[in-house]
Design a protein around this ligand. Structure first.
Ligand code: CU
Length: 189
């Protein structure tokens, strides 16, 4: 295997890994931002979005007139700003989503939530989305032993065939990819 071939394989693997860990950035209200002007419908803005764990939500607004409060569902429904879970007030707040489920936000300035400055970020479960993918029966040998000495019933990874990488991606995600790279490179060293 030449150095160029190794480089090509490495680039392909890195591209696959980037695809796996791709996280989106969502700016609330798009160009309108976080406001009470123009009657922005944040429910309508959020509806077609596919929010995922790892995504970032950005609230952009004039900090003199607005803020962002993360609240419970009950507080969200009644626009109750008395005890928010968290308050953001920089005017350009980036909030990274770390768990699935509903994330309720509104502006805590009196009257603004009632005027519609509120948004429900519903983050779907990643496991539910990937559960539909077919999972091949795992090899009987443990990953560590197959890395050191590939057994006969496990096909060796081939640089011209991306299938083993895809299978590993589905099974182990980025970690599996990293292990595949190690196995691939050590076998040609
Ligand atoms: Cu406001």
């Amino acid at each position: 295997m030449t150095l160029v071939q190794r480089a090509v394989v490495l680039v392909m693997v890195v591209m696959a890994a980037v695809q796996v860990s791709y996280a989106a950035v969502h700016k609330v209200g798009d160009s309108a931002g976080w406001t009470i002007l123009g009657n922005v419908d944040y429910k309508k803005w959020a509806a077609p979005k596919n929010f995922q764990v790892g995504d970032t939500i950005i609230f952009e607004y004039n900090a003199q007139f607005h803020n962002v409060m993360r609240v419970t569902h009950a507080m969200y429904k009644t626009c109750n700003a008395s005890s928010p879970i968290a308050t953001f007030s920089t005017g350009n707040d980036s909030i990274k989503i770390t768990n699935h489920g509903h994330h309720f936000f509104f502006c805590g300035v009196p009257g603004h939530c009632q005027a519609g400055q509120k948004v429900d970020i519903n983050v779907i479960s990643v496991s539910a989305a990937t559960a539909a993918a077919p999972t091949p029966t795992p090899a009987p040998s443990s990953p560590s032993s197959s890395l050191a000495t590939p057994s006969a019933n496990v096909p060796a990874p081939s640089p011209n065939n991306a299938t083993p990488l895809i299978v590993l991606k589905g099974l182990f995600g980025t970690m599996g990819l990293a292990m595949a790279v190690l196995a691939l490179f050590s076998s040609y060293a």
